[in-house]
Design a binder for this molecule. Structure first.
Ligand SMILES: [Zn+2]
Length: 438
């Protein structure tokens, strides 16, 4: 369904599962299976439990890639609906065949499909953790292999809310898929290290990466880091072989390391340090220059502001610059190499005593990105959503209902001396600081 935004531009989004399913011409159930099993790009609103939406352009792009890999969009289980099984169904004017021949062709096809089904490669499809192991299962939930760790895992860390596994091509051989696993030891809070492990699809350990190192920013910070977010940077454009980007934060929530690792060997290629907590990392070629951009977002401690940093995976290095005299300045002899830094203004509600605002999430879409900025420590608390275009120019800001009622409460309590005025939200747009680095 086409909808229009207040400024009259056509929006090409789909706002419910039914709309997404209709657009793909499948049932809602099939659309949901495509999302969970085959990466159909469906987005969820921050803070909302069940609200989903999708961009038609992204759905189209996914569909093209899906079909290019020999699949068709159908009601069937996404993983089995590949071309060989579908071709006979697609032979449209089959009426030219005699009934007997048709029956034989159909029967033979069924036999071939059944054999193909029985002997299809059993690839890991889903992962689970047990006390001290990760277990890979195929799409029929049959166990393929198990890898045991020497130490027990912190099982609650492996919830659906946290990112802990990602599948993709790490070795520039797309025929085999590898996967990344976040190793969270039970004794993490007693000093054991969190690590990123890479496995081959048959369960061999490819490499391990230990994030962080001892750094100085005012005082000294130990090498004990929490991996918050990671993503495979596919070999495309200027990136010749797959890379892995990992955002890790010190166990005391400061500072942040964004590391670029060679996908095949696991070697640390380069790293960027930020004075703050950047809990979200995403990869996208924002400006279309064929170099993927690494976007990391969270909070900058020196400025006490929500921040978004754009990095080039092939050049990032150094440590972020902080206000003069700031005790949060990380000691690093190299100047920071960032593509851009965006800081989001504190609102008047900051007077209520919150130490900083922060990016609670962000979503990349065809025309730019939506950055959700929380004014308190709560994810479902008062927030603003800033829309930036693909050149990071702020184009829109919307206050959540929770923000308006929070503001009203602070006005009633006398903490704020003014009533909420929608124009103060508009005025925030000019206060977004966008620093582009040459
Ligand atoms: Zn105000």
């Amino acid at each position: 369904m086409e909808s229009s935004s207040p400024d009259g531009t056509a929006r090409n989004d789909l706002n419910t599962w039914q709309e997404i399913a209709d657009y793909l011409r499948v049932s809602v159930r099939a659309a949901q299976l495509y999302e969970s099993r085959s990466g159909l790009p469906v987005r969820r609103l921050s803070g909302g439990k069940s609200r989903v939406w999708a961009y038609k352009a992204e759905i189209d792009e996914w569909k093209r890639a899906w079909e290019a890999r020999g699949h068709q969009i159908s009601e069937e289980d996404p993983e089995t609906s590949n071309l060989p099984e579908k071709e006979e169904g697609a032979a449209s004017p089959a009426t030219k065949l005699s009934p007997t021949l048709l029956v034989s062709v159909v029967a033979l096809s069924v036999v071939i499909a059944a054999i193909a089904y029985l002997y299809r490669p059993r690839q890991p499809f889903q992962f689970g953790v047990e006390e001290r192991s990760v277990v890979a299962r195929d799409r029929d939930n049959r166990k393929l292999w198990r890898h045991g760790f020497p130490e027990p895992l912190q099982v609650p860390a492996y919830s659906t809310r946290e990112q802990w596994v990602e599948r993709g091509d790490l070795d520039a051989r797309p025929a085999t898929l590898e996967f990344l696993f976040k190793y969270v030891p039970l004794k993490f809070h007693e000093g054991a290290h969190m690590e990123l492990w890479a496995f081959t699809e048959d369960g061999r350990v490819k490499w391990r990466f230990v994030p962080g190192k001892v750094v100085r920013a005012g005082s000294e910070f130990s090498d004990h880091y929490k991996i918050d977010s990671f993503s495979i940077v596919p070999a495309e454009g200027a990136v010749r072989t797959p890379l892995v980007a990992v955002s890790s934060n010190h166990a005391h929530f400061f500072p942040n390391q964004t590391a670029i690792i060679d996908g095949n060997s696991g070697l640390l290629l380069r790293e960027y340090w930020h004075s703050g907590y950047l809990g979200h990392l995403k990869v996208s070629d924002l400006n279309g220059d064929r170099v993927p951009d690494i976007l990391v977002a969270g909070v900058n401690a020196g400025y006490g502001q929500a921040a978004l940093v754009v990095l080039n995976p092939l050049t990032l290095e150094g440590a972020s610059g902080q206000p003069a005299g700031s005790s949060s300045q990380i000691h690093d002899p190299r100047p920071p190499r960032e593509e851009a830094v965006v800081r989001f203004p504190r609102t008047c509600t900051a007077k209520s005593g919150e130490p900083h605002n922060r990016v609670s999430d962000f979503v990349i879409h065809p025309s730019g990105l939506d950055v959700h900025v929380s004014e308190t420590h709560r994810d479902d608390g008062p927030s603003l959503t800033y829309t930036l275009d693909r050149n990071l120019k702020p184009v829109r800001v919307v206050a959540s209902d929770a923000f308006v009622s929070y503001h009203s409460q602070l006005s009633r309590d006398g903490i704020l001396k003014h009533a909420f005025d929608p124009r103060e939200v508009e005025a925030l747009l000019d206060q977004v600081a966008v620093e582009r680095k040459p």
